[in-house]
Design a protein around this ligand. Structure first.
Ligand SMILES: Cc1cc2nc3c(=O)[nH]c(=O)nc-3n(C[C@H](O)[C@H](O)[C@H](O)COP(=O)(O)OP(=O)(O)OC[C@H]3O[C@@H](n4cnc5c(N)ncnc54)[C@H](O)[C@@H]3O)c2cc1C
Length: 482
């Protein structure tokens, strides 16, 4: 599908949603479905809920999916409307890694090609412009103290040797290793003798990916990542669904048809020994629907605000309330000329310590001359930007881009931000391995009675589309097996 056709479809769809024409016929959803006590109710049409409902439907189950928004996909969100020339931008999930087997499997099944992304080629930190190649060859130094020159990511490893050795000698599940979960990344690095510069650099490397800050991230997670040599690096092999990632949830949704009910925000979950009753808002009125099982596939940052009666087990409720999340913002900026691809440019995918953090050319599959620069910013910078008006956010974005590419201001056309922490149906970025939370995922993913728990926060591949789908498949299997 070409981006042009997509844009047309998108406009058509959004107009119809606006006019209420896309609202499912089931205005009286509660009444029309109230006779079926074998129904499985899935809450949340992100990739977790969609993949779960899709597999259950395929297996012949009577499934019903309730979604608060008027669209499927949750944190997979492609914007097309604000841009000219059929340009689009991923304001939520973007990259599909080479190992993301579940995303790749469904993308293949739904005939959605994945276009490889370009790698980092520039660095702009502490006011210095560096080329990634020059930094890697040792030609130019990275301006941080206590680092090993020639690489950007993984600088923390040198200060973790004592604990990496401990993992090798005692094993990952030993008491001593597991106890590292009580310490934060910042604490263990200080204990290991790391200068402040190492912690500062970590903010812009791994903490940015996690959307958190070193004082809130578990040391255990960092030590294990480094001892498995699987820590994130600047040499990534990633792709994006050509024409927009939203095609993946939209295809699931199309296949689910009238099983999905949009604009149904769940407010209360009640249950007895053999029946689950879900209260939701439908056309501004409170309605309810019952079923025999329920899959909860919404972020915990939202679930913790919903009434649950009676409460789930103490440990489950504790994790629901306490699970750590980060802050994240995406900023899409349209420029009339692709100056980042021209001679003299620092690069087209730039690692920075500006408030924008990662800045990169998004529209690599489109001809130009216009193009979109996208920023992925997180942690304290996202939080700070989040407190600003849209106008001030854009002003800060323009200023940072002008520092990275001095010719940027003359080609500026406009932009848009998406701060996920202010979205009422997300209220967060994605789950992070917080201090003292090593057992959370196991507890959160465990079924309780008629309830099954999906969502990226329940997956070993947390914080990803792949993890969301993995959890959807796990919960559908739990139900099928039971
Ligand atoms: C900015 C950003 C960048 C990211 N980058 C990447 C990336 O590059 N690669 C990658 O793989 N992943 C990335 N992710 C992570 C990825 O988006 C998520 O892990 C995944 O999409 C989560 O899916 P989910 O189904 O668990 O949750 P969601 O997508 O959040 O779905 C939950 C659904 O529940 C609905 N809901 C919430 N409350 C209610 C309610 N009360 N009633 C009914 N419905 C409700 C929501 O509207 C939503 O549709 C990124 C995320 C963000 C925010």
């Amino acid at each position: 599908m070409t981006p042009k056709t997509n844009r047309r479809n998108f406009l058509k769809t959004s107009l119809m949603v606006g006019a209420g024409l896309f609202l499912p016929k089931s205005i009286a959803l509660a009444k029309s479905n109230s006779s079926d006590d074998k129904r499985i109710i899935v809450i949340g049409a992100g990739l977790a809920g969609l993949s779960c409902a899709y597999e259950l439907k395929q297996a012949g189950y009577n499934v019903l999916l309730l979604e608060a928004r008027s669209r499927p996909g949750g944190r997979v969100r492609t914007y097309r409307d604000p841009f000219a020339d059929g340009l689009y931008a991923e304001m939520g999930a973007e990259y599909v890694d080479s190992s993301d087997e579940h995303v790749r499997k469904y993308a293949k099944e739904f005939e959605l090609p994945i276009l490889p992304a370009k790698q980092y080629d520039g660095i702009y930190v502490r006011g210095q412009h560096l080329s990634m190649a020059d930094m890697k060859s040792g030609k130019v130094p990275l301006p941080y103290k206590g680092i090993e020159q020639g690489k950007l990511f993984g600088q923390e490893a040198a200060y973790l040797q004592e604990w990496i050795k401990m993992v090798q000698e005692l094993g990952e599940s030993s008491k001593e290793v597991q106890a590292l979960d009580k310490m934060s990344v910042a604490e263990i690095l200080r204990k290991g003798g790391a200068p402040q510069d190492i912690i500062d650099l970590y903010i812009y490397t791994n903490a940015t990916e996690s959307t958190s800050i070193p004082s809130k991230m578990s040391a255990l997670n960092m030590v294990l990542a480094n001892s498995r040599t699987s820590a994130f690096s600047e040499n990534t092999e990633e792709g994006r669904i050509l024409g927009g990632n939203d095609q993946l949830p939209k295809t699931f949704a199309k296949k689910l048809g009238n099983k999905i009910h949009y604009n149904r925000a769940v407010q209360k979950i009640e249950y007895t020994k053999d029946q689950v009753t879900i209260q939701f808002i439908e056309n501004e009125k409170r309605q309810s629907i019952s079923g025999s099982k329920c899959v909860l596939a919404m972020p915990l940052s939202v679930l913790r605000r919903i009434k649950i009666d009676p409460l789930f087990s103490e440990s489950k409720m504790y994790c629901i309330r306490k699970q750590s999340y980060g802050h994240v913002m995406k900023i899409a900026m349209q420029y009339s000329r692709r100056f980042w691809d021209e001679p003299g440019s620092i690069g087209q995918r730039v690692f920075t310590d500006t408030p924008l953090r990662r800045v990169y050319h998004f529209s690599i599959d489109q001809p130009g001359p216009r193009g979109i620069l996208l920023s992925f910013t997180s942690g304290d910078d996202a939080k700070k930007l989040g407190r600003m008006s849209e106008e001030r956010r854009m002003g800060t974005a323009q200023k940072s881009c002008a520092e990275i590419w001095k010719e940027a201001p003359q080609y500026w056309e406009g932009g848009v931000t998406k701060y996920w922490n202010e979205d009422p149906w997300t209220r967060a970025s994605y789950s992070i391995a917080g201090v003292g939370q090593k057992d959370f995922r196991d507890i959160l993913s465990r079924p309780e009675g008629m309830f099954h728990f999906a969502g990226e926060h329940t997956s070993i591949h947390r914080a990803s589309m792949n993890g969301a789908i993995e959890s959807g498949l796990r919960t559908s299997e739990e139900i099928i097996k039971s």
